[in-house]
Design a protein around this ligand. Sequence first.
Ligand code: NAD
Length: 468
Amino acid sequence: MTHAQTASELRSFDPATGEVIGSVELTTPEALDAAVARARKAFASEWARDARLRADVLNRWADALAAAAQDTSSLLLRETGKVRAETDLEVAMSIDALRFNAGIARHVDGNGGALPDGSIAYVERQPIGVSGLIVPWNWPVFLLMRDLAPALAAGVTAVIKPAPQTPLATRHVVEVGREAGLPEGVLEVVYGGAEVGRGVVTHPDVRAVAFTGSTEVGKEVMRTAAADLTRVLLELGGKGVSVVFADADVDAALEACARNAFLTSGQMCMANTRILVERSAFESVRDAVVERVRQLRVGDPRSPDTDLGPLISQQHCERVMGYIDLARRRGCIQVGGERIEGDGNGAFLAPAVICGEHLDEPLVTEEIFGPVVSVEPFSDERSAVAMANASPYGLASAVWTADVDLAWRVARGIDAGTVWVNRYNRMFPEIPSGGFKQSGIGRTRGLEGLRQFSEIKHINWALSPAPG
Ligand code: NAD
């Protein structure tokens, strides 16, 4: 049980002030069983067979969410402490995920043909069954929709568990969906922390689990899912890195790197946490990053002047401070890293830049998940790729250069699910994304996203020989 949890309810806090903003009922094991049973019953209905119905419902949900965009964005701001530009973007991306997947719901995915023994092979994809979706708090509505929209498009029914920090935004978007026509049992919500999450993963009637969260918990999810061979889709931590060559449009690189280092106050799996700079440009880039970060304003996320809101909790801030203290002891902090007083009990932190060669390993290999970016020099292409690949993560990265061949070579050399060239943090519902190494297993988005929630079946048909 956490401070936010009593025996029967889960309270949600405004991270900017520490105020309680609402609560939901904690899901008991019996209520979880009942939710899975309803989802199972709904899976046996028209829902799993009628792609037009699914496309129609997803489109109506997208329309309803667009109509409720302001309220949804405000609730997200209140519950996550993110600034308005980010919560507006989160709602827009969620609507886009629903619309894209409404379109591909009707795609007929399979094939068929004659086999050498004269029989016919018919290969079709069938929805896998009741699926559990477990979501983190940083982009709670979008990360839900990113995986849920393809899951529903594929024809599964779902039991979702939001993070304990963000139950209200999730409850709200689900209500919007139900009012827009989500049939009974197609989408069930359960509330709680690790216990309830484990209950979803180990439930014998849950056939697939899509988990987005930390690598540590992702490993536990995989271990527990193994008991029943439940399929897992794991979208885990990251240590995003940009490799900036001296011939790049350095201003554009700087602008994108600094912005994407501090989105959601750095609490982003895709955050650009490291900037590797070719040695000849290192000092000027470092100074420009420091100057830019000095100008960022930290404070009340409701204010239009604010660039960075609070961290999600004091406890999380303590964890981030551990990395900042390490950097301070090593004398490599260039700017930031101080706690900032807010009006209430919010955990505000001045964005920090750490610089130098051979920074301590935890700083460049571990996910800090806070407003900290490192700037490090590299000597040549080979060492740049080696440095970019030095962490156990492989989620997001970028290469910045005007040299086309160099860009291709480096992009191919970096172990990451996404490598941008001369840009950062652009995601598309059309294109699969996910992690190499300890950043995850499986892919979301695109047709791959839908396929995660299907089983392949081969129906083999023996033809009798032609008479005569
Ligand atoms: P977390 O791993 O602590 O929790 C994620 C979810 O798992 C929550 O809903 C939590 O209640 C639940 N959970 C906790 N223990 C569980 C268990 N044993 N079994 C089942 N469920 C359990 O992560 P967080 O702090 O909410 O989010 C931050 C992390 O998420 C960061 O590591 C970040 O990189 C990662 N993340 C990844 C992506 C991506 O797409 N790759 C996106 C956003 C966040």
